[in-house]
Write a protein that binds this ligand. Structure first.
Ligand SMILES: CC(C)=CCC/C(C)=C/CC/C(C)=C/CC/C(C)=C/COC[C@@H](COP(=O)(O)O)OC/C=C(\C)CC/C=C(\C)CC/C=C(\C)CCC=C(C)C
Ligand SMILES: Nc1ccn([C@@H]2O[C@H](COP(=O)(O)OP(=O)(O)OP(=O)(O)O)[C@@H](O)[C@H]2O)c(=O)n1
Ligand SMILES: [Mg+2]
Length: 179
């Protein structure tokens, strides 16, 4: 596989996780998953940035996106050098794992930020950009392990795409901060 193929395969694989993260941001808000509770250190367990609405809509949209990917591949609309799923059931299952893993990773990232005393919405460079892809890769690894060169490619392209989309989301007034 050449470098373009590697980048495209990696992007295609992780896309449901991106969609889950972006739609959690679009549709999120309201009751937080930690119900406003504090941890033993007196700080919030996770914070107001991880909500029921965001989590459920993110998992739903990411899973639907994975099913659409399956349809697009079956219709041969795009050509991906290396595919990891074969039928619609695998697309649904792994899309669900990529999406729930992404939002789990985001939640763990917020948990760590609170323990470090970083207020909700304040930046934690690298952690903010990669928490959700680590969650997504971790959840799918037992079922469809991806090669190390794809993990590395995802870790390189994600911060660029994350920052670009966050700036666009900020301009669209979907996000309060640009990072
Ligand atoms: C190749 C390069 C250099 C750049 C490409 C950049 C790119 C693909 C940008 C997407 C631009 C876009 C449409 C942005 C607006 C979407 C949006 C609301 C983004 C908000 O992102 C929120 C951010 C939250 O992150 P945080 O919680 O960790 O701070 O999530 C980051 C998002 C991504 C890493 C992925 C980028 C998003 C996509 C590729 C898909 C965007 C999908 C939608 C807008 C889906 C809309 C679907 C419905 C059902 C409304
Ligand atoms: N599971 C999730 C993830 C995200 N969001 C929404 O998406 C926004 C942006 O997410 P993120 O940047 O991860 O949260 P922050 O507000 O920056 O909080 P933190 O400091 O905890 O990362 C959140 O404010 C929240 O409205 C949500 O509702 N539910
Ligand atoms: Mg977050």
């Amino acid at each position: 596989m050449d470098i373009i193929g590697l980048v495209f395969t990696s992007f295609w694989y992780i896309l449901p996780a991106y969609i889950a993260n972006a739609t959690a941001c679009i549709f999120g808000g309201g009751t937080p998953l930690d119900l406003g509770k504090n941890f033993i250190d007196g700080r919030r367990l996770v914070g107001d940035g991880v909500t029921f609405k965001g989590t459920f809509s993110g998992v739903l949209c990411g899973t639907i996106a994975a099913i659409l990917q399956g349809v697009i591949l079956n219709l041969k609309i795009v050509n991906v050098p290396m595919v990891f799923y074969s039928n619609i059931f695998e697309y649904t299952f792994l899309g669900f794992l990529l999406s729930s893993g992404a939002l789990f990773g985001d939640m763990v990232g917020s948990f760590i930020k609170r323990r470090l005393g970083i207020k909700q919405g304040n930046p934690a460079p690298i952690l903010d950009q990669l928490n959700f892809v680590f969650g997504a890769i971790l959840f799918t690894y037992p079922f469809s392990p991806i090669p190390l060169n794809m993990v590395i490619t995802i870790c390189i392209i994600t911060p660029v795409i994350h920052l670009t989309s966050n700036i666009i989301a900020y301009k669209l007034k979907i996000k309060k901060v640009w990072w």
